[in-house]
Ligand binder design. Structure first.
Ligand SMILES: Nc1ncnc2c1ncn2[C@@H]1O[C@H](COP(=O)(O)OP(=O)(O)OP(=O)(O)O)[C@@H](O)[C@H]1O
Length: 541
């Protein structure tokens, strides 16, 4: 759960509350000052200008000083909250499991942009509402003092107006919830458009189709529900204003004759009502912002719950352990994994990896090789069976440490801009691998990262493997790494690089379709429809 404010900020909020009370009080004093002047003027007297000017000056100075202080405080609070929530979400994204993140990308984007912004807007609005409420309360007390009968009639009208507002604004909130959901769909489609821009360039039909009916459809629906929401709020605002005008007219027409008020009270009453109409109107205009902020806050909380808190310390736990962390054996005992979405299942699988092994896994497309790999490296949560490292069961408490044994080049790998997980790069070693992978004429290496990643697909994959080696985790896992390499380099990889890495102490697990090189491993397995079969490597040569 996100803690919105620290102790210092809570103190600042307390100060802002005090300033708001002072601000509302002087606001109220101003109307009293004006009312006093009106009384003097309607009774054909001449006011003592210096008296009123001094009071006016005090009121105006205090009003604007507190107003500026409140605004600055709010800007500080809103911006620090904005970035705190954003960082908190990113932190959760970094520590959450891959399976959760891969399904929640659009939701994360819309929360990071849309929802956090809505919460920030709320802080600006809350101050207006708070000061308007205080001013209104002070004015209401003043009205009571002027005429209790008219005060109760006014109060009754306010309550009716509020009930109508409350009823109608429920409709508005419901429409905002719909539009928030649609916003997520919009971002999902936008994401597809950005990632598929090459395909769209090649075939504009995809672009046209995704634009209409999909993106246009979602944006139209979103536009309609937002309009419905704002209209609902607008209707209730208008209803509130009509009530106020009716009230003022009734008091002016019947205040003296039927309600027993003096002419001076009626004027003061009317003036006070007119005066509070603006801040109260502004405050009610801000209700949609509050409504959206509540919806967004719910979203942020739900997203936090989805991520789960159990791994929130994962990053800190494995810090700096990469080079020291090692293993002797890893065992999979009766391990199974099933995708609920497709009902595809692997297992039960028994497998033993020993330090220094070179293991190749081959098999038909869709036979479950990547699923098995994700299970071995504990990227997928274990559903059935046991994962054992050196006689120790891998569980929630040691899973991060277990994962840190593996350096993986996924089939759909991502090459980061910088060497985030290498504390100190040994340039000599880095250049040795750059030469080995025949990339030294294309790329140079600094302590931050590779000089460029704008390379061919095969070349980028070579960098990904160099990076995986430099991280120095004991097990290198490769998912069809050689598939993008030319025949010459593929041979170099299987004949020279794999044995070299092996001689340097790396354990290698590779998924491969290169049957020509199946003999280059110690242990060969076939994955067949979710089952792992041990194979004699000579059979495949
Ligand atoms: N994210 C997913 N959600 C649901 N089912 C999935 C998912 N990923 C894979 N599958 C199912 O698991 C099966 C095996 O997929 P997997 O990626 O493990 O195969 P593979 O042997 O690595 O194939 P390839 O050689 O094509 O990479 C697929 O046929 C599919 O039915």
């Amino acid at each position: 759960m996100i803690t919105l404010f620290n102790r210092k900020e809570k103190k600042l909020i307390a100060v802002l509350v005090v300033f708001s009370i002072i601000n509302s009080s002087v606001n109220f004093l101003f109307i009293q000052l004006v009312n006093d002047l009106i009384s003097i003027i309607v009774s054909d007297q001449v006011p003592v200008v210096s008296d009123f000017l001094i009071k006016f000056l005090v009121v105006i100075v205090v009003f604007f000083t507190t107003r500026i202080a409140i605004s600055r405080g709010i800007i500080h609070l809103s911006q620090s909250t904005y970035w705190k929530i954003r960082l908190n979400i990113v932190k959760k994204v970094i520590t959450a499991s891959y399976s959760v993140i891969s399904k929640k990308k659009a939701e994360i984007y819309s929360t990071l942009t849309h929802d956090v912004e809505n919460i920030t807007q709320l802080s600006f609005v809350l101050v207006n509402i708070f000061t308007a409420t205080l001013t209104a309360l002070a004015c209401m007390a003043y009205l009571f003092f002027l005429s209790s009968t008219i005060f109760f009639i006014t109060l009754f009208n306010f309550l009716i107006a509020y009930s109508i507002y409350h009823f109608v604004s429920k409709k508005g909130t419901a429409a905002f919830i719909v539009s928030r959901k649609l916003e997520e769909n919009f971002l999902k489609l936008l994401n597809e458009t950005l990632h598929g821009s090459k395909e769209i360039n090649m075939d504009r039909k995809i672009g046209r189709k995704i634009l209409s009916p999909y993106i246009t459809g979602v944006s139209k629906k979103c536009e309609h529900s937002s309009k419905d929401a704002y209209n609902a709020f607008l209707n209730s605002q208008v209803a509130g204003q009509i009530f106020s005008f009716v009230m003022i007219m009734l008091i002016l027409l019947f205040g003296q004759t039927y309600l027993g008020a003096t002419s001076s009270s009626v004027i003061k009453f009317t003036f006070t009502l007119l005066y509070i109409m603006e801040p109260v109107g502004n405050a009610t205009n801000s209700i949609p912002v509050i409504s959206k902020a509540f919806i967004s806050w719910d979203k942020i909380k739900t997203l936090g719950v989805t991520f789960g808190d159990e791994k929130s310390n994962g990053i800190e736990k494995v810090k700096n352990r990469f080079c020291q962390n090692n293993f002797n054996t890893i065992e999979l005992k009766k391990v199974s994994y099933e995708y609920p979405e497709s009902n595809f299942k692997i297992g039960p699988i028994n497998l033993e990896l020993q330090k220094g092994d070179t293991v190749f896994i081959y098999g038909e497309n869709g036979s479950g090789k990547t699923t098995l790999m994700n299970t071995i490296i504990a990227l997928s949560k274990l559903q059935k069976g046991e994962l054992i490292r050196d006689q120790n069961l891998v569980n929630e408490s040691n899973i991060e440490e277990y994962r840190s044994l593996f350096s993986v080049v996924f089939n759909d790998y991502f090459l980061f801009d910088q060497f985030y997980n290498i504390d100190k790069i040994v340039l000599e070693e880095a250049y040795y691998y750059l030469h080995l992978f025949e990339m030294s004429d294309k790329v140079s290496i600094s302590s931050n990262g590779f000089s460029s990643t704008d390379l061919s697909t095969g070349q980028r994959k070579r960098l990904a493997l160099i990076y995986a080696i430099l991280v120095k985790k004991p097990i290198i896992v490769l998912d069809e790494w050689a598939a993008d390499q030319d025949p010459y380099f593929r041979q170099k990889f299987y004949h020279d690089i794999v044995p070299l890495l092996n001689s340097k102490g790396f354990t290698i697990v590779a998924i491969t379709h290169d049957d020509k090189y199946y003999h280059c491993c110690d242990k060969l397995f076939e994955m067949s429809n979710g089952k792992l079969l041990k194979k004699e490597k000579t059979l495949q040569v």
